[in-house]
Ligand binder design. Structure first.
Ligand SMILES: [Mg+2]
Length: 255
């Protein structure tokens, strides 16, 4: 299949690294999905949003179109949305430890998101407490209209995903030294990338919206479930430090 054309640039790939961690942002690093939070509280609400998620999972609607509908229902200027999210969104309290470990061990951590760059960078800085320029964030963008309201600019407008996350992971797959790729995700928008990881971590959330884990189980894709990044850290470390292979760690896959 031909790669969808990207309307936005990519950061250079970490082509010398032996291990690369790629992670979704919303619902994976953050405890609640920021876009869901906006839709549920400022847009058409939880029930309509969840019904659209299930339409996407069932293959009746594209993620891109459902996502655009959700964001269009949010009736608030961008700066107000960012303010609300900074006040209400929490990240996995163990993420920072994981992030620091990766930095210390020279393991690149790339955020791959269906969200919008100005929102992710603002919330990243206020929650993780480090400059967001330290981290690669591959995501969608935003257009702010004269009234301050925003609309999403999809990275891959032709793709049903809006941002086809596989395009962030595939360049690593083609490197001759074959780096080991870890991917962390939770939802529908992660499906395109998840299948290309060596070790896929699918989030097990208290709200039960574990669409990625459910999909992997249905499709027979090996994966590890995690509630917090601190559970994944010893597993990633064991591979990085050569104490375990990908095959070893995948023995804990529920399927
Ligand atoms: Mg997510």
């Amino acid at each position: 299949m031909e790669a969808p054309k990207s309307t936005l640039p990519y950061p250079p790939i970490h082509d010398k690294s032996k291990v690369v961690v790629l992670s979704d942002w919303d619902g994976t690093i953050t405890m609640t999905d920021t876009n869901d939070h906006l839709t549920d509280n400022l847009g058409f609400g939880f029930e309509k949003r969840r019904a659209l998620n299930l339409e996407v999972l069932a293959g009746r609607k594209s993620f891109r179109d459902a996502f655009r509908e959700m964001l269009e229902s949010v009736n608030m200027p961008l700066d107000e949305c960012i303010k609300l999210l900074k006040q209400n969104i929490q990240i996995d309290p163990t993420f920072k430890k994981f992030y620091e470990w990766c930095k210390t061990h020279a393991v690149p951590l790339v955020i791959v998101s269906s969200g919008m760059e100005p929102i992710i960078r603002a919330v990243f800085e206020s929650t993780v407490g480090v400059e967001s320029s330290e981290v690669d964030i591959i995501c969608n963008s935003i257009k702010v209209n004269e009234n301050g309201k925003f609309e999403i600019l999809f990275r891959h407008p032709e793709s049903g995903y809006g941002h086809d996350k596989s395009q962030a992971i595939l360049p690593y797959r083609s490197l001759p030294h074959k780096p080991i790729l870890f991917f962390f995700g939770d939802g529908v928008s992660d499906l395109s990338a998840a299948q290309h990881a060596d070790v896929l971590f699918a989030k097990d959330k208290p709200d039960g919206e574990n669409d990625l884990a459910a999909y992997c189980t249905n499709m027979g894709i090996k994966h590890l479930t995690f509630k917090h990044f601190e559970e994944a850290l010893p597993i990633v470390a064991s591979v990085v430090e050569g104490r375990a292979t990908v095959e070893d760690v995948l023995k804990a896959s529920p399927i």
